[in-house]
Design a protein around this ligand. Structure first.
Ligand SMILES: *Cc1c(COP(=O)(O)O)cnc(C)c1O
Length: 385
C-alpha cells in the first residue's frame, strides 16, 4: 500500500461513518447566506452584532483611514520591526476599557491559547480545565510542561475539591484554572462571580478565562461576562478574540504588566510569527470603539436569545443555553441530520452537531443568533420544529 492509499482509506472510513468534513462555497449578504443557490437566514454565524456584514461600517473605516495608514503587512514579528503604532493604539484602547490593566495582542485566538499556557507553566504547574474547553486551550495545555486534570463541565464544586486536594501538594507550586465564560456548544456559562470567590481562597491559583463568545455581547460596554459580573480585576488571565462579535481577527490578553512583559520574552507564537497586518489592527480598534456604544444591539440580542430559549422549551425540547448560542437537543444523529436538512430547505441555515463532538444520544441543532435577526423569524423557525 503506498502512502497516499493510507490517507485515502482513512478518508473513506470517515465518509462511510458520515463524518467527512468539506469546505462549502457560500456567498454572504447581510444576515443571509447562499449555498448551492439556496438563500437562507444565517443562523450559524459568529457575527453576533452583525458588524462583519455591515458594508457602511467598512466604508466609514476606509473614509477615516488615510492611504498611508493602510499598511497590508507587518513583514516581521513585533519584536523585530513589526511593532507598528496600530498595535499600541489598540492595546491602549483595550487597557483603558479594562480598568487600566495591561493588554497584549495575538495573531489569533488559536495562537493566544496555544502560546500563553506553555509560556506560564513548568513541570511544577497543575492546570485544572473545564471538561468542555475549546480545542485551542487543550492544545495549549498539551504543549506545556504542566500536569493537567479536567473537572466536570461547569461543576465548580468538583473544581473546589480538586483545588483543596492539590493546593497543598508539594509537587506543584502553582495551579492555573482554565475555563470559558460562555461555552460554544451548549451556550451555557460559568458562574464567574463564584469562580472568583473560590480562586481568591488560594494564594497560589491563577484564573484563565476565555471570553471568545462573550466579548462584544455581554456587559454594558461589551467587555464580556467579566464586565457583567464585575470581576475584570479578579481574573489573572482574561482572554478573548476579535474574530466573532468584533468582526475582525486576532486575540487579546488582559493581565498584570509583569505577565505581559514575561510573555513578550517567552511566548513562542508571539516571538516567532509575523505580526498581523497593521490595517487589521486599525480596523479592530475602529470596530471596538463602536462596540463599546452598542448596548442597544446587546439588549436586543439578549431579548431574542431568551425568547428563543423559552420557545424551544415550550416545544418540550431540552435547551441548556443561557446565551445567544442556543442548541436544540434532539438525541438521535440521523433524526437530527434529517431535521437540519428540512429546516435548511425552508430557508434557515442551521447545522447539526453530532457525537463525538457532543455526548452520545445528544445530537443537536446549534442555532447562533445575531442582533440582525427578528422575532418573527424565530417564530417561523420554531414552527418547523
Ligand atoms: C473561536 C474560538 C477561539 C479561536 O479564536 P480564533 O481567533 O478564531 O483563532 C478560541 N477560543 C474559543 C473559546 C473560541 O470559541
Amino acid at each position: 500500500m503506498n502512502l497516499l492509499d493510507q490517507y485515502a482509506e482513512s478518508l473513506q472510513q470517515l465518509k462511510s461513518q458520515g463524518n467527512l468534513r468539506r469546505f462549502t462555497s457560500n456567498i454572504q449578504q447581510d444576515k443571509y447566506i447562499t449555498i448551492e443557490q439556496q438563500r437562507m437566514l444565517n443562523l450559524s454565524s459568529n457575527d453576533y452584532l452583525g458588524l462583519a456584514s455591515n458594508i457602511q461600517l467598512r466604508e466609514e473605516f476606509f473614509d477615516v483611514t488615510d492611504h498611508s495608514a493602510r499598511v497590508m503587512s507587518a513583514a516581521s514579528s513585533r519584536l523585530l520591526t513589526g511593532n507598528f503604532p496600530q498595535y499600541e493604539q489598540l492595546e491602549d484602547t483595550l487597557s483603558k476599557a479594562f480598568l487600566g490593566r495591561s493588554a497584549l495582542l495575538f495573531n489569533s485566538g488559536y495562537h493566544m491559547n496555544i502560546g500563553i499556557l506553555p509560556a506560564l507553566s513548568d513541570s511544577k504547574t497543575l492546570i485544572l480545565a473545564d471538561k468542555l474547553v475549546h480545542a485551542s486551550m487543550i492544545d495549549g495545555i498539551r504543549l506545556s510542561a504542566a500536569k493537567y486534570l479536567r473537572y466536570r463541565h461547569n461543576d465548580l464544586q468538583h473544581l473546589e475539591q480538586l483545588l483543596e486536594k492539590y493546593q497543598q501538594d508539594e509537587a506543584f507550586n502553582k495551579i492555573i484554572v482554565v475555563t470559558e465564560s460562555i461555552f460554544s456548544m451548549d451556550g451555557d456559562e460559568t458562574d464567574l462571580a463564584e469562580l472568583v470567590r473560590i480562586k481568591n481562597k488560594y494564594p497560589n491559583v491563577m484564573l484563565y478565562v476565555d471570553e471568545a463568545h462573550a466579548i462584544g455581547v455581554r456587559g454594558k460596554q461589551g467587555l464580556g461576562c467579566a464586565e457583567q459580573y464585575h470581576v475584570i480585576n479578579d481574573i489573572d488571565l482574561l482572554v478573548g478574540t476579535f474574530g466573532k462579535a468584533i468582526a475582525s481577527i486576532g486575540g487579546y490578553l488582559i493581565c498584570h504588566p509583569i505577565i505581559r512583559e514575561y510573555l513578550i520574552n517567552s511566548m513562542r507564537p508571539l516571538i516567532f510569527s509575523t505580526a498581523q497586518p497593521p490595517i487589521c489592527m486599525a480596523w479592530t480598534n475602529f470596530v471596538l470603539k463602536k462596540v463599546f456604544l452598542l448596548n442597544a444591539s446587546r439588549e436586543k440580542l439578549h431579548d431574542l436569545s431568551q425568547y428563543l430559549q423559552r420557545s424551544i422549551i415550550a416545544k418540550q425540547y431540552e435547551c441548556p443555553s443561557t446565551s445567544h448560542i442556543v442548541p436544540v437537543v434532539i438525541g438521535e444523529s440521523q433524526k437530527t441530520v434529517n431535521l437540519a436538512k428540512h429546516i435548511q430547505s425552508e430557508g434557515f441555515y442551521v447545522m447539526p452537531v453530532r457525537p463525538p463532538t457532543v455526548p452520545k444520544q445528544s445530537a443537536r441543532l446549534r442555532i447562533s443568533l445575531t442582533a440582525l435577526i427578528e422575532q418573527s423569524e424565530i417564530d417561523a423557525l420554531i414552527a418547523l420544529l
